[in-house]
Design a protein around this ligand. Sequence first.
Ligand code: ZN
Length: 347
Amino acid sequence: MTTEALASLLPVAPRPAAEERLSSWLSRVAGIYGMSANGLLAHFGLAGVSALTLERGLSPGQGALIAARASLSAQTIDGMTFAALAPHARVMIAPSARYFCPSCAKTPGIGRKDAALPWTFWCSVHGVRLCARDKRPMECFLPERVLERLDPLARRGAARLAAWAEERDAVGEIDPPTIPELLRFLTTSYRRPSPPSLAEQPRLSLEARRANHAFLTRPIVRQALLVVAPEYDRFAPVLAKPVRPGLAALACGSLLQNYALAVGVARLTENPVEHAAAALAAADAEGETNLRRILTTWPSATRRRIGVELRRLTDAQPAGKAPRRRRLQRSSINYARVPQISARLVP
Ligand SMILES: [Zn+2]
């Protein structure tokens, strides 16, 4: 090694922790020398590039440069990046941990890769269930008995989302709908926006009702996710129910919202016909048009089966009664009370 190369080596550079992301490791190294991560990168000869940009995928030259200065292999440096994520999924990378791991909190300087991704509901290092960013555990949002039932679905949905992010979602490639198509369906309105129903309102005195008039009359967007994951509809705070459209729902979602989306993805993957038909059956005229527009990209064979299932759902009612669809249109948010749907889908 030349004297010059020796002089450029950092005297101390900690090894990356398990699953640590490059931006976290660079900040830790920089901290030892009283520098910022950007200052350290400039020292490495990478001025003007942020750590967050670098960790999305290094050029071979950049990786080799950092590796040489820190006496680590280029492979170790690359292992701290999100290079495995396809470009279409990089929007999902959060600049810091999305949720809260009580065990990771003991070493707050270490940021882990999986913690940046919206479908990580259990810490990849400690295996514990993650809490919301404000440290509230999932049990604050969903009862334990419901979580027990939904966890396997959330894990399967998360696994498919992770596969899609790394362009190895065989399910979507062989047998669409793809992940973006499923998320478009879940985030499409199936009914017109409506104010909180009685079941969604907290118990309020007459005085409090007057004071909270704006909340009680505020129209809430009603998306198909509420039908596919009725547990979410039942337990999520009403104002926090709406999610953004399509992939942005995941990228910007809270822990509870993303958990519900993963459950929705798993259900639609495993039984697209039944769940899509249930959403159509619960839809009002405008919502049905919205959902049908989304369904045009689904395979025609699946669409035909959805049509058959929808007819089965809407035709099956006692003689002499108004058709189910019309009853649903008149009520506010009553699909959960339709016995045929609720018996199967609501906890
Ligand atoms: Zn952890």
